[in-house]
Design a protein around this ligand. Structure first.
Ligand code: IMP
Ligand code: MG
Length: 181
């Protein structure tokens, strides 16, 4: 698996240091509240569990899996592959995402959760590719771990064809790996 990686973009220490900083900011943000922290499966699992280990405040966990697709000329739609199991009405919600790319998924998800009665919805994303943003998306993430260039990355939850999620760092794949699929 390691042999498929061209170079490490963000190593384990860098990730862990940044995750701890983000957790500190989030603890301040949610002081006196009991947020529901929503993990967007599957890419966010590593980030989510590391982040929560450093957020020692009362909170609830929930999980969902979503994807977005373009539908004709209207902006697009969200597909819920796996639904939450708790009621978000009146809750302060923190969405934990692995990477914001076009931004279409979160741009559809945030209003959906607000429509379900969430009191507030904030977003923390480990990675952000601002240069890839869909011009129709105005949503800005509240917390970003690392802004990155327009490169396809894997590891620490992120996959290529469901592989590499279990790498402990974030790396760039060798181009021949794409070519072989
Ligand atoms: P978007 O922001 O709606 O375009 O979707 C973001 C999703 O695309 C992420 O949650 C990832 O699943 C996937 N994605 C985008 N860029 C990458 C990447 O570099 N590596 C792995 N997955 C990616
Ligand atoms: Mg994803």
């Amino acid at each position: 698996m390691k042999n498929d990686i061209q170079r490490i973009l963000i190593d384990e220490n860098q990730i862990q240091r940044r995750v701890r900083e983000l957790a500190e900011q989030l603890v301040a943000e949610y002081a006196g509240k009991t947020p529901t922290v929503v993990c967007i499966l599957k890419g966010s699992v590593m980030f989510y569990t590391d982040l929560l280990r450093h957020m020692q405040i009362p909170l609830a966990l929930d999980f969902m899996s979503v994807s977005s697709y373009r539908s004709g000329t209207v902006g697009g739609a969200i597909h819920i592959r796996q639904e939450l199991t708790t009621d978000l009405a009146g809750r302060d919600v923190l969405i934990v995402e692995d990477i914001m790319d076009s931004g279409r998924t979160l741009n559809l998800l945030k209003p959906l959760l607000l429509k379900r009665g969430a009191k507030s919805v904030k977003i923390v994303t480990l990675l952000d590719k601002p240069s890839r943003r869909d011009p129709d998306v105005s949503l800005v993430p509240d917390y970003v771990g690392f802004p990155i260039e327009d490169e396809f990355v894997v590891g620490y939850g992120l996959d290529f064809a469901e592989r590499y999620r279990n790498l402990p760092y974030i790396g760039v794949l060798k181009p021949e790996i794409y070519a072989s699929v």
